[in-house]
Write a protein that binds this ligand. Structure first.
Ligand code: C2E
Ligand code: CA
Ligand code: CA
Length: 846
C-alpha cells in the first residue's frame, strides 16, 4: 500500500474524527459476512497454520518500504499488499482481518513506536481496508487460484482496500492542514496506484506458485531475496538520479531569477521541499557593503520570513569550522542536542556556503517532516551538493549586484557617480512637473589639492568622505547627491524656481563650511558653488552639469553661490583651449613677468617689487592672470609657472643690486610648489647662481592656502633656514587669526585689496584694515596694503602707520623696461633722490 509522506504535524488528536468513522465503516462492511456465517470458499483445514505464516510474512512486509521517485515526488511503497492477497485467498474473513490488523500493530508498536493516536488510526485504517476487501471477495466469490476470475476479484478487493485507506489519510490531511495540500496528495497517490498494481501482480504470482506446489514457497523466498537486492540497488540509482535532476532544476530556476532579487525565494522554497524540512534557512553574515541576510522558508508559511526558527549557535558553528553541522534526537554532540530541544526543533543540518573556498554563510534545513523520520546521510549529502550550487549563485548575484552598484556609485564616498547623476537628471527632466525646475547644484571643494599635497591622499580622501556625508545629511528629501569629479559634488533636485535652488545651495554651502577634524588636524573646508537650471540653461543632462561646473569657476573668484549665465560659458570654453597653449607659452618664453612696486609708506621709498605673470595669447590677446593661473593649477603646470617667474625675479634682483638698488622681489607661489621636495634646493641654487642674498626673496602664499596646509609643510622651515622671507597674501579674506600665523615662519602680511579699496568709503573695511595693521605690529609682522588706488586711502594708511603700500596709485605692474623708465621718472621728478638711487617721492603713473 502506498504511503505518501504525510506531513502530520501539530496535534494529531483530531485524527479521531477519522479514526472513529473508519472503525464504523470496517464494522459495517463486516456485517454481511458476520450475518451470512459461511466460509465456503476457503480451505479450512490448515487455516491457523496459514494464518501464522501469513502473520509473520505480513509483519515482515509492513516495514519493507521501497522509495520510488516519480516525477520529482518521492513515494514510499510498502509491500504489505502481497500478504493481503494471500490472506484473502487462504484465510477466513475474520482471520484475514486479524492477520492484517495484528501485523500492523506489531510493527507499529515495536518498530515505528507510533503515538496512541496514530496507532489507533493505522489500526482502524487497516481494519476498514481489509473489511472492504473482504466484502468484495464475499460478494463475488473466489474460484480456483488459477482462474483469471479469481485474480480479478482479488485485484479489485486489494484495490478497493487501498482506496479506503488512502481516503482516510486524505481525510486526516485535510483536517490537520486544510484543503490546500489535497491536490498534491492526490497527485502522489495516483502515481502510487501504479505500485499497487505491481504488488497485486506479485501477490498473484505467489498465489499461483503456492497453488502449484507447497515447495514453491522456497522458490518464492529465493526470488524475494533477489528482488530485494535488486530493489535496493535500484533505489540507490533512483536517489542519485534524483539528486542530479534536482540539481539541474535548481540551477535552471536560479538562472531564471535573473538577479532580480528572488534568489533566496527560489533557493529556500526548493531546498525546503526537497529535503521535506519544516524550515530552510539562508544566512549570510554582513560582508563589506552587503547587509546581513537571514531568511527562512517555512512549511506552514507562504513566502519568506526574516528570522530563523533555529538558534544562531548552529550557523555560527558551521561558519566558524567550515564544516557541516548535523544534530538530531540521537545524533550530534550533547550540547547541540540540548540546544535543539530547547528550540523545539527535531533535527537540523547546517552546511557552510562557500565562495572561492571561503565560507560566506550557511544553508540549513531543520525539522524533518513526518513523525518518526529524521534527516539521514543522504539528506546531508544532498544538502551539501545543493550548497555548492547555492554558494555559487549567491556569489554570482553579489557580483552582479556589485557590478551594478559600482557602475553607478563612487567607490570612495558611496555616493552616486557622474553616470548615475546624468541618468537621474534625464529622468527628472522628463518627469518634471508644470511649475517645477530641475536644478543642479555643484560644489567644488576648495583647496582639496593642497590637502592632498600637504597631508597626503588619505587626508584628502577623509575630507571627501566627510563632505559626502554632510551633503547627504543636509540635502533635501528627494534630492540626489553625487560625486561627479575629483573634488566636485553635485546635488540634483526639483524645486519651484531658480531662486529656491540658490537658497538651497546657500544652505548646503553654509552647512558644509564647518570645520572638519582629520586625524588630529582641524581643516576648514569651503566650497565654490555653481548652479544651473533646466530648462533655462540646457536641454541635455550633460550640458546642464557642465554649466553648473562652469558657474563654480566664477564662484571661485566671487565667493558666492553662482548661477550660470551665458556670459560665463565663453570664458570657460576659452579656458579649456588654453591648457595646451599655456604649456607652449611656458616653453617658448611667451609668458612674461611684470613688476609692481612696493612702497614704504613712512618715507615713500621704493622697497621692492611683486613679480606678476602676464600672458599675451597669440589669438585671444591678454589672458587675465587668475584665468591662466587656474588653468595652470588644473593642468599641473603651476609649479612650472612659478618657477619661470621666480627665475626671472632673481635675475632682475641681481641686476638691480648691480645698479646699486637693493629691492626685495616678491613671487607668488602655491602650496603645491612648496610640497615639491626639491623646491628649497632650486631656490637656493638660483640664489647661488645669481649671487643674490636669500633675504631679498619674499614668497607670497595666500592666506587660504597657507591655513589649510601650513602646518604640514616641511619646506617652510627649510626655506626659513635658508633666509627666504614668507608673506601671507590676500590676508583678511579668509578667517585666520594672527595666533595661527604666529606659529608659522611668516614675516609679512598683505591685506587683501578688497578691504583696502573699500576703506576710504566703508567703515567696516576701514576697521578691518586698522585691526590688521595693529595686530601685525603687535606680532612683529610687516604689513602691506594692496590695492592702494587713491591719495585718500594712502593718507588713511599713513595715519595708521601701515608699513607698505602697493597699488595703482603708485603704479600698475610693468614690464621690465617700462618699470626701469618709471623708476627713472620718479628719480628725475624728485631732487631729494638718495645717492643709492632710492626714490623718495612716488606718484601714480598714468
Ligand atoms: P595678487 O598676488 O594679489 O596680485 C596682486 C594683484 O592685484 C595683481 O593682479 C595686481 O595687478 C593687482 N593690483 C595691484 N594694485 C592694484 C590696485 O590698486 N587696484 C586693483 N584693482 N588691482 C591692483 P594680477 O596681476 O591680475 O594678478 C592677479 C592674481 O593672479 C594675483 O593676485 C596672483 O594671485 C595671481 N598671480 C599673478 N601672477 C602670478 C604668478 O606669477 N604666480 C602665481 N602663483 N600667481 C600669480
Ligand atoms: Ca601676490
Ligand atoms: Ca594679493
Amino acid at each position: 500500500m502506498p504511503a505518501p509522506k504525510v506531513p502530520v504535524s501539530r496535534s494529531d488528536a483530531h485524527s479521531w474524527l477519522i479514526t472513529g468513522p473508519l472503525l464504523l465503516l470496517g464494522a459495517l462492511l463486516s456485517l454481511p459476512i458476520l450475518l451470512s456465517d459461511s466460509d465456503t470458499t476457503r480451505p479450512g483445514d490448515n487455516e491457523f497454520g496459514y494464518a501464522l505464516v501469513l502473520l509473520v510474512l505480513a509483519t515482515l512486509a509492513t516495514p519493507m518500504a521501497l522509495r520510488f521517485d516519480i516525477r520529482r515526488q518521492a513515494l514510499v511503497t510498502r509491500m504489505d499488499d502481497i500478504p493481503v492477497i494471500l490472506a484473502l485467498f487462504y484465510l477466513s474473513p475474520w482471520l484475514a482481518v486479524g492477520v492484517r490488523v495484528i501485523a500492523g500493530l506489531i510493527w507499529n508498536i515495536l518498530g515505528a513506536r507510533l503515538t496512541p493516536h496514530k496507532l489507533a488510526f493505522n489500526a482502524a485504517s487497516h481494519f476498514a481496508g481489509i473489511a472492504t476487501a473482504n466484502v468484495i471477495v464475499f460478494a463475488f466469490g473466489l474460484g480456483s487460484g488459477g482462474s483469471p476470475g479469481t485474480w480479478l476479484v482479488l485485484a479489485a478487493a486489494v484495490f478497493a482496500g487501498n482506496v479506503v485507506a488512502l481516503s482516510a489519510i486524505a481525510g486526516v490531511m485535510v483536517l490537520l492542514q486544510g484543503i490546500g495540500q489535497l491536490p498534491y496528495f492526490l497527485r502522489s497517490s495516483l502515481a502510487g496506484f501504479a505500485v499497487i498494481g505491481v504488488n497485486i501482480v506479485l501477490g498473484l504470482v505467489m498465489l499461483l506458485t503456492l497453488q502449484a506446489s507447497q515447495w514453491g514457497s522456497l522458490l518464492l523466498i529465493a526470488l524475494a531475496v533477489v528482488l530485494g537486492v535488486l530493489y535496493r540497488s535500484y533505489a540507490q540509482f533512483f536517489r542519485q538520479h534524483r539528486s542530479l535532476t534536482e540539481m539541474y532544476a535548481l540551477t535552471r530556476d536560479i538562472a531564471a531569477t535573473n538577479h532580480d532579487g528572488t534568489l533566496p525565494d527560489v533557493l529556500l522554497a526548493r531546498v525546503r521541499a526537497l529535503l521535506a524540512a519544516d524550515s530552510a534557512t539562508l544566512w549570510l553574515p554582513e560582508y563589506g557593503r552587503h547587509h546581513e541576510v537571514l531568511l527562512s522558508a517555512r512549511f506552514d508559511y507562504q513566502g519568506l520570513l526574516d528570522s530563523a526558527p533555529t538558534p544562531d549557535l548552529f550557523r555560527q558553528l558551521a561558519m566558524r569550522t567550515g564544516n557541516t553541522v548535523v544534530a538530531g534526537p540521537k545524533s550530534g554532540p550533547p550540547e547541540l542536542q540540548s540546544a535543539l530541544q530547547e528550540a523545539r526543533v527535531k533535527d537540523i543540518i547546517v552546511v557552510p556556503l562557500r565562495s572561492s573556498g571561503v565560507a560566506i554563510g550557511t544553508l540549513e534545513v531543520a525539522g524533518r517532516l513526518g513523525d518518526k523520520v529524521v534527516f539521514g546521510k543522504d539528506d546531508v549529502q544532498l544538502l551539501e551538493t545543493l550548497s555548492v550550487q547555492a554558494g555559487a549563485a549567491v556569489e554570482n548575484s553579489r557580483l552582479v549586484d556589485r557590478l551594478q552598484f559600482d557602475a553607478n556609485h563612487d567607490a570612495l564616498t558611496g555616493l552616486a557617480n557622474r553616470r548615475r547623476m546624468l541618468e537621474a537628471l534625464g529622468e527628472a527632466m522628463t518627469g518634471r512637473g508644470p511649475r517645477e525646475v530641475v536644478a543642479v547644484l555643484l560644489f567644488d571643494v576648495i583647496a582639496l589639492r593642497e590637502v592632498n599635497d600637504s597631508l597626503g591622499h588619505d587626508a584628502g580622501d577623509q575630507v571627501l568622505i566627510q563632505v559626502a556625508r554632510r551633503l547627504r545629511d543636509l540635502a533635501p528629501q528627494g534630492a540626489l547627491v553625487a560625486r561627479v569629479g575629483g573634488d566636485e559634488f553635485a546635488v540634483e533636485l526639483r524645486t519651484v524656481s531658480a531662486d529656491a535652488a540658490v537658497a538651497v545651495a546657500d544652505t548646503l554651502r553654509a552647512g558644509l563650511r564647518d570645520r572638519m577634524v582629520i586625524d588630529t588636524l582641524t581643516i576648514d573646508v569651503d566650497t565654490n558653488v555653481g548652479v544651473s537650471i533646466y530648462p533655462d540653461h540646457g536641454a541635455e543632462p550633460e550640458a546642464l552639469l557642465q554649466r553648473a561646473i562652469v558657474a563654480t569657476y566664477v564662484a571661485k573668484s566671487r565667493g558666492i553661490v553662482q548661477m550660470f549665465n551665458a556670459g560665463l560659458q565663453s570664458r570657460s570654453v576659452r579656458r579649456v583651449g588654453l591648457a595646451a597653449d599655456l604649456e607652449a607659452a611656458l616653453n617658448t618664453g611667451e609668458l612674461e613677468v611684470y613688476f609692481q612696486p612696493k612702497v614704504a609708506l613712512q618715507d615713500r621709498r621704493l622697497v621692492g617689487v611683486e613679480c606678476l605673470a602676464r600672458w599675451e595669447h597669440p589669438v585671444h590677446g591678454q589672458v587675465a592672470p587668475p584665468d591662466f593661473v587656474s588653468v595652470a593649477e588644473h593642468t599641473g603646470q603651476l609649479s612650472r609657472l612659478n618657477g619661470v617667474v621666480l627665475r626671472e625675479g632673481i635675475r632682475r634682483a641681481r641686476e638691480w643690486a648691480d645698479a646699486g638698488r637693493s629691492l626685495t622681489v616678491a613671487v607668488n607661489i602655491s602650496v603645491r610648489t612648496l610640497n615639491d621636495a626639491d623646491f628649497p634646493l632650486q631656490v637656493s641654487e638660483l640664489l647661488d647662481e645669481h649671487g643674490v642674498p636669500a633675504d631679498r626673496i619674499i614668497l607670497e602664499l595666500s592666506e587660504e592656502e597657507l591655513l589649510r596646509s601650513g602646518r604640514g609643510i616641511p619646506a617652510l622651515k627649510r626655506l626659513r633656514d635658508l633666509g627666504v622671507q614668507l608673506s601671507v597674501d590676500d590676508f583678511g579674506a579668509g578667517r585666520s587669526s594672527f595666533a595661527d600665523l604666529s606659529r608659522l615662519p611668516v614675516q609679512e602680511v598683505k591685506i587683501d585689496r578688497t578691504f583696502v579699496q573699500g576703506m576710504a568709503t566703508g567703515a567696516s573695511d576701514l576697521a578691518i584694515v586698522r585691526t590688521v595693521v595693529d595686530m601685525a605690529r603687535h606680532f612683529g609682522l610687516a604689513v602691506v596694503a594692496e590695492g592702494v588706488e587713491s591719495e585718500l586711502t594712502l593718507g588713511l594708511l599713513e595715519d595708521m602707520h601701515c608699513d607698505m603700500g602697493q597699488g595703482f596709485l603708485f603704479s600698475r605692474a610693468l614690464p621690465y623696461e617700462r618699470f626701469e623708465s618709471w623708476l627713472q621718472v620718479q628719480a628725475d621728478a624728485d631732487p631729494t633722490v638718495a645717492p643709492a638711487g632710492e626714490v623718495r617721492w612716488l606718484r601714480a603713473v598714468p
